[in-house]
Write a protein that binds this ligand. Structure first.
Ligand SMILES: Nc1ncnc2c1ncn2[C@@H]1O[C@H](COP(=O)(O)OP(=O)(O)OP(=O)(O)O)[C@@H](O)[C@H]1O
Ligand SMILES: [Mg+2]
Length: 232
């Protein structure tokens, strides 16, 4: 569904992503883990055209390497940004409206009903400014806003950041539900245990390169993964 080949990102002359390749098969949840500064967000920003990049990106077999972000969103590849990036002074409903900005009014109405059914707490708080929601509710809203664009593939960047263990587990359920609706997911996290619990395959990156990849079962048995990423 999503294929990334030889991705390169540099800021000024400093390389942040170096020859990274990965793929997300249709209907799967794939993980991307790595420490602070490993290049996870840069990878996602490059895939969605938010930063200058080299390499090839294919979505459903179509080359989107040269496409602008709005076109990439229109084609069904949508990112949930690290730190949620909501519009804090706008209401929950208005944030959702922004997520559906490329949709027709009818499609937007249909999607709003759907996400309100999926996230009842957002319906209860529809008129409340997004900035007044709890961290967990804000993360739900960030996912819901991305769903408004009717994605085929979601890229989710560090959704667990700052959430309580209870919210993290609720978020895991949400991600599973979204995936069960047929949406393929690339999940980026420093919370490696969370990623391994949800994914069918994962990549470990260091200094902008993939250093390990495999099924969670295989990676869990790797000594380096155990000490550096799982703390066992
Ligand atoms: N806009 C930028 N300008 C210059 N350097 C940047 C920029 N964005 C990121 N970098 C650098 O690129 C490298 C990768 O950063 P990136 O944000 O992709 O890492 P990350 O894996 O997402 O980290 P984190 O877990 O902290 O979110 C880091 O060394 C960072 O300092
Ligand atoms: Mg990041």
């Amino acid at each position: 569904m999503l294929q990334v080949e030889d991705l390169e990102v540099s800021y000024q002359s400093v390389a942040a992503v170096r020859g990274l390749s990965l793929s997300v098969p249709q209907g799967q949840i794939v993980g991307l883990v790595g420490a602070n500064g490993a290049g996870k967000t840069s990878t996602l920003n490059a895939i969605t055209g938010l930063v200058q990049r080299r390499g090839r990106t294919l979505l459903g077999g179509q080359d989107i390497s040269q496409c602008k972000t709005a076109d990439i969103v229109r084609r069904g590849l949508v990112q949930v940004a690290q730190g949620r990036q909501l519009f804090p002074d706008m209401s929950v409903a208005e944030n959702l409206e922004m997520g559906g900005f490329l949709q027709s009014p009818a499609s937007k109405r249909e999607m709003t009903e759907k996400v309100f059914a999926q996230f009842p707490v957002l319906k209860e708080r529809a008129t409340q400014p997004a900035g007044t929601l709890s961290g967990g509710e804000q993360q739900m809203l960030a996912v819901a806003r991305a769903l408004m664009a009717r994605p085929k593939v979601l890229l989710i960047d560090e959704p667990c950041l700052g959430l309580s263990p209870k919210m993290v587990s609720r978020l895991g359920e949400v991600i599973r539900q979204v995936n069960a609706d047929g949406i393929s997911i690339l999940l980026v996290e420093q919370n490696t245990a969370f990623v391994f619990g949800l994914t069918s395959y994962a990549y470990v990156i260091e200094n902008g390169r993939v250093v390990l990849e495999g099924t969670p079962d295989l990676l869990r048995r790797n000594d380096k993964v155990r000490s550096a990423y799982l703390g066992i």
